[in-house]
Design a protein around this ligand. Structure first.
Ligand code: CIR
Length: 255
């Protein structure tokens, strides 16, 4: 099985409160209707790629809860509830517990430090955990220990300065290739690194035989379309919330 072979996903519909989501540029205010449209197209693309998608209801008390990738992490062997590094997001994981318990016999929990799923990249030989403003050493070590319990090797690395999450700057394209920003050069010893012509396009998402790419990143779409079956999805609105394509789902292959 390839790392990006998936049968299931969990997503959460954005609430009206998504307009109050965390972001670096306070002036970039997203519109609820536009985020909702991007989200609906994304869910449709996951379904078209062959996944069964559980759509969870909005959580108005958690403006960033549409980004379900951050409060939990999943591999076929089990699910792990994380401890997001942003105080406003810490409570999101409790709202994923039941949805994950439905699918996973094992739901572990990080209880020390902080770790965001956006800082975790699954590669064929090892799972990378990037230290960032959201993921500290205690959280990364706790997550690494849980992954080892599940039989997975993990490596703690540094996220380049100035990016929110490790995966803001990279994504796995296939078993040998990672799409990444210049700053990530040399990070992945076992993989070929393809530099994204537009750095913000590095958060692409491989799902089965398809690669989702932000539609506004035309040069990256064209480059990847030479070798991959690319689906270009609008991410202009969620980009205002410093988010990309991986952030809006948890994905796994059922065993
Ligand atoms: C946040 O700052 O937490 C959200 N506005 C964006 C989260 C993006 N998630 C991700 O990169 N995995």
């Amino acid at each position: 099985m390839r790392v990006s072979d998936f049968t299931h996903a969990v997503v959460r519909t954005p609430g009206v409160s998504v307009v109050n989501g965390l972001r670096e540029d306070a002036a970039a205010t997203p519109r609820h209707g536009a985020v909702l449209r991007e989200h609906m197209a994304y869910v449709a693309a996951l379904a078209a790629a062959g996944l069964a998608v559980d759509v969870l209801p909005p959580l108005e008390d958690f403006p960033d809860s549409v980004f379900v990738e951050d409060p939990a992490f999943v591999v076929p062997e089990g699910a792990i509830l994380l401890r997001p590094g942003a105080p406003s997001r810490l409570g999101e994981r409790e709202h994923l517990r039941a949805a994950l318990a439905k699918h996973f016999g094992r739901v572990l929990e990080v209880v020390d430090g902080h770790a965001d799923g956006g800082d975790v990249l699954i590669a064929p030989k090892v799972i990378y955990i990037g230290l960032s403003k959201r993921t500290d050493l205690a959280g990364a070590q706790a997550l690494k220990a849980h992954l080892e319990t599940l039989g997975r090797a993990a490596r703690i690395v540094e996220t380049p300065k100035g990016v929110l999450h490790f995966k803001t700057a990279c994504s796995l394209l296939d078993e040998e290739t990672v799409l990444a920003t210049e700053a990530m050069q040399g990070m992945f010893a076992e993989l070929r690194t393809l530099i994204a012509p537009e750095p913000a396009a590095a958060n692409a998402l491989r799902v089965n035989d398809t690669v989702f790419v932000g539609a506004q990143y035309k040069r990256t779409v064209d480059l990847l379309a030479r070798d991959y079956n690319v689906v270009a999805l609008d991410t202009g609105e969620i980009a205002k919330l410093d988010a990309g394509l991986s952030c809006m789902s948890l994905r796994w292959a059922s065993r």
